[in-house]
Design a protein around this ligand. Structure first.
Ligand SMILES: Cc1cc2nc3c(=O)[nH]c(=O)nc-3n(C[C@H](O)[C@H](O)[C@H](O)COP(=O)(O)OP(=O)(O)OC[C@H]3O[C@@H](n4cnc5c(N)ncnc54)[C@H](O)[C@@H]3O)c2cc1C
Length: 583
């Protein structure tokens, strides 16, 4: 196996990975950086983000408001020291992107424009039309190529962390073009491998979001934090799950049921609020809007369509000019994928899995408990998102914590020498064996696609928008069984060059591990908080569960669960309303 010696290795070249790479290169030009990605960087999921990135910029907004919106939106499960750091850094990071060439949309007077977003009391979401993620990622990518110390390994699939002498000292990765396994030896490692939406059947996520980074850290003994918190986005296109940005509602789109009734007025989504809207309505937090869909469905007031139950998003009153100017991609997507032109027609939508609040446990410096290992972006849990992320906080999080991961990983690399090559290469050989075993297995009749479908179905049915003890227990049992069956899966395709069967099989393996942690964490949390709603435990229980859950990998057995106090600095848990605070 070839060994590539470098100083910092980064798994993932989306918004978080590129931000981290640039930070290392800027601060420590002498350090060599290996940037590994299973797809070409511009195909990372960050490119698909539409709505925008939050950061206080307008005089009528305030850091306090951003803090309280985030903490209350997260149902007080956010670590408040991390939120404070995040909101302070947010405008600086977004301005830095502006200087690097990000074409933020403008007001008539030339100032940066911001739009309203769900759960945010004030307008603070910076956007570049409805292609914000594309422009952010492109800006980061073009900036990254200025730095000679960043060496890219595109289309390399990373499989395992290398832990030697109690420190993380590299990763193994398969070069997909040749099928060869390579060992990247480094003094620090950053995981920025994105989320895990593909565990579920309906998701806005790109097909590459398969929990690989989470599973790598988990198997290496790093706990996964708050995995039970899964965000549904209320407006995905039925069938494909493609997202229609919250910007649709931010710009004035409304949701109506089969009677054409604006049903959100019947639900408690936040108090009347002085700023333009009378009630939160369509701009209530995502979890509440998705739950309202479920209730409408129970009452038989959703619309039956060829894709199953949907509700309608009405944007017709916005007019063609505004839709073309502010939401061109939305018009294109709705017309192409469900045949509904929002200028003239109602667009069918339904809740779809969008974002994982949980992930690799890190502290405020993006450091995990394993020395030398850092994590940032959607695969990580700092946590600023708590039990429910507010839309547009994630893109900014990539910048703030990607940079922080880069800074601290660089410091670690500078002060820690490599340890013995022989132990590292032994670990590499063990990792390669895991892959070789897949090639050697005989056909047992187990089919990887059946396993994926089984996982998708059991998570949606048992660990979806609403959960119960029974539904979760059944999901845990099913995932246990699927993990067992996974050990018998063999590869139909044993070739080396671009073996997609191999990659897909490994991705399903990663997802089963993350799903396992998720299902057990959800079963154990007998309260309702944010996106985790238990019909059998409808209330929040701060006494027992104002805590992060930590799931530790236990091989074949169920994960070991532990709990960690939430950092509360200046907002005591209160009723979840806009503006947060003691209300
Ligand atoms: C459709 C959509 C719209 C969104 N809109 C918004 C929005 O408007 N505002 C907002 O704040 N948030 C939004 N989000 C959320 C936000 O975009 C994501 O959380 C964020 O972009 C994730 O960035 P990331 O860098 O963590 O991961 P990604 O951008 O997903 O990148 C992951 C990287 O890891 C690599 N990788 C993964 N596994 C491996 C492996 N095994 N080996 C090697 N490489 C690997 C991939 O190749 C990729 O480069 C949206 C999400 C979606 C899906």
């Amino acid at each position: 196996m070839e060994t590539i010696k470098t100083d910092v290795v980064i798994v993932g070249a989306g918004g978080a990975g590129l931000s981290a790479a640039i930070a290392v290169a800027e601060q420590s030009p002498e350090l060599k950086i290996a940037l590994i990605s299973k797809v070409y960087p511009m195909r990372s999921h960050t490119v698909a983000a539409e709505g925008g990135a939050a950061g206080v910029i307008k005089p009528d907004d305030s850091m306090d408001d951003h803090f309280h919106d985030t903490v209350a939106g997260g149902d007080w499960l956010c670590d408040q020291d991390a939120v404070d750091l995040f909101i302070e850094q947010a405008p600086l990071e977004l301005t830095r992107l502006e200087h690097w060439g990000c074409p933020w949309s403008r007001e008539k007077n030339g100032k940066v424009a911001v739009r309203p977003f769900g759960g945010m009391k004030n307008e603070r979401t910076w956007f570049a039309a409805d292609k914000s993620g594309f422009h952010i990622l492109h800006t980061l990518f073009q900036t990254s190529i200025k730095y000679p110390s960043i060496k890219r390994y595109d289309e390399y699939y990373s499989t395992d962390l290398i832990v030697s002498e109690g420190r993380c000292q590299g990763v193994t990765a398969i070069e997909m073009r040749t099928g060869l396994m390579q060992l990247f030896q480094a003094r620090s490692v950053i995981i920025a491998a994105g989320g895990a939406g593909w565990m579920f059947p309906f998701t806005t996520n790109g097909a590459i979001k398969t929990a690989d980074g989470m599973a790598m850290a988990y198997r290496a003994g790093v706990p996964l934090k708050d995995m039970e918190f899964v965000q549904y986005h209320p407006t995905g296109l039925p069938g494909t799950g493609i997202l229609l940005t919250e910007g649709c509602r931010g710009e004035g789109g409304i949701l109506v049921n089969k009677d054409g009734y604006r049903y959100l007025q019947d639900y408690e989504l936040g108090p009347p609020d002085p700023w333009p809207r009378k009630k939160a309505m369509e701009l209530g937090p995502r979890d509440r809007l998705s739950q309202a869909f479920w209730h409408e469905q129970q009452k038989g007031r959703t619309v039956s369509s060829r894709w199953g139950d949907v509700i309608h998003l009405d944007m017709r009153h916005l007019g063609e000019k505004k839709i073309n100017e502010k939401l061109p991609l939305v018009r294109d997507l709705a017309s192409s994928y469900v045949g509904a032109d929002p200028v003239h027609e109602l667009v069918p939508v339904r809740p779809v899995v969008h974002y994982m609040m949980g992930g690799i446990h890190t502290d405020i410096d993006a450091a995990t408990p394993l020395p030398g290992l850092y994590a940032a972006g959607e695969c990580a849990c700092v946590s600023i998102n708590g039990a429910n992320r507010l839309g547009s906080n994630s893109l900014t999080e990539l910048l703030v914590f990607g940079r922080r991961a880069g800074k601290h990983a660089a410091e670690h690399a500078r002060s820690n020498p490599n340890s013995s090559d022989s132990e590292i290469s032994q670990k590499g050989t063990e990792a390669r064996q895991r892959v070789t075993d897949l090639f050697l297995r005989e056909d047992s009749g187990e089919n990887i696609t059946d396993l994926r479908k089984g996982m998708n179905e059991t998570l949606e049915a048992g660990a979806g928008i609403y959960r119960t003890q029974d539904s979760l227990q059944e999901t845990c049992n099913t995932i246990d069984e699927l993990r067992q069956r996974y050990t018998k899966v063999h590869l139909g395709d044993k070739s080396n060059v671009f073996n997609t069967n191999l990659i897909y099989t490994m991705e399903v393996g990663s997802m089963l591990e993350a799903a396992h942690a998720m299902a057990y964490s959800a079963l154990n949390r007998t309260e309702s908080r944010g996106s985790h709603q238990r019909l059998d435990h409808p209330d929040r229980d701060d006494e027992k569960f104002l805590k992060h859950s930590l799931a530790y990998y236990q091989g074949e057995g169920s994960p070991r669960l532990d709990y960690l106090d939430v950092v509360i600095t200046r907002s005591q848990p209160g009723q979840r309303v806009y503006g947060g605070g003691e209300k």
